[in-house]
Design a protein around this ligand. Structure first.
Ligand SMILES: [Zn+2]
Ligand SMILES: [Zn+2]
Length: 274
């Protein structure tokens, strides 16, 4: 039997998503997904702002998210497993606040992300020019390496995050191979620390590739990577489970016989059925 797990989903406990945890569960069931992780946003440096953060009170949002995931897991019974996750942004920017974020609840699964590099806005808001792109990417991958080597998390989310905006909004086509040295170091750190690499499928429908792309996932395997998680990064109920099967197929093509589901922050391997 096919087991499909979507390990990256946002509920209305994220500032940029609208559906309740239960609506997301129903959508997952309709699409034949048997396990989901609710991974609402926690930009740890924002904790110090409390409810003055533009994202709202993130501690409150995460407590509520985890509580709702727990209740949904009980309500949905055998229909679907609902895991308590969190997408932890910029974990190395303010380590004390990150620690606080991780202590909000008992989590099944922690994704680590970098949405903005130090002293710079989220990549979502930046203007991209031929001039600034190489510098931005270099700083981004350096921070990602720092995260991969040091942070407390289970899977590294959307490794090529800035590319989604560069490719979608500009004609600039950076050659990722220019960054392969640092990307290799990131992949090696993940492997050594037994962390997972996320295959993020959110942009497959728009730019035609996963984040990271197949070459980097293959490289992760060659460098000793053991765990991959697959996530749609859905912010709407209709996007739950999108391209998860394609993500699993890419994992298989790259040499992985298993994908990974985290529970109580332990990796469980799920055999790829082909
Ligand atoms: Zn993200
Ligand atoms: Zn996300």
């Amino acid at each position: 039997m096919k087991i499909l797990a979507d390990m990256h989903i946002h509920s209305n406990n994220s500032f940029d998503a609208d559906n309740t945890v239960l609506e997301l569960c129903q959508s997952a069931v309709e699409k034949g997904i048997s396990t989901i992780a609710i991974t609402d946003h926690m930009e740890a440096p924002e904790i110090k702002l409390g409810d003055r953060s533009v994202f709202g009170d993130m501690v409150k949002q995460i407590s509520k998210s985890v509580e709702e995931a727990k209740i949904a897991n009980e309500l949905m019974d055998d229909d679907i497993k609902v895991l308590r996750g969190m997408e932890l942004g910029e974990p190395m920017h303010e380590p004390k606040l990150t620690k606080k974020a991780l202590s909000i609840a008992e989590f099944d699964f922690i994704l680590a992300s970098i949405h903005n590099i130090r002293n710079t806005e989220d990549f979502y808001y930046l203007e991209y020019t031929e001039r600034n792109v190489p510098d931005l990417l270099e700083r981004y991958f350096d921070e990602l390496l720092e995260t991969a080597e040091n942070a407390d998390f289970d899977s590294l989310a959307h490794l090529t995050y800035p590319m989604r905006y560069i490719l979608e909004r500009t004609d600039i086509r950076p050659n990722l191979e220019d960054y392969y040295d640092v990307i290799d170091k990131i992949l090696i750190a993940l492997g050594k620390r037994e962390k997972a690499l996320e295959i993020n499928t959110s942009m497959v429908g728009r730019i035609g590739i996963t984040m990271p792309d197949i070459n980097i996932i293959k490289r992760f395997r060659e460098l000793g990577g053991k765990y991959v998680t697959i996530g749609s990064d859905a912010h709407k109920r209709e996007n739950v489970g999108n391209y998860i099967e394609e993500g699993i197929e890419i994992a298989r093509t790259c040499g992985f016989e298993y994908f990974t589901v985290f529970e109580n922050r332990n990796p469980n391997l799920v055999q790829i059925w082909y």
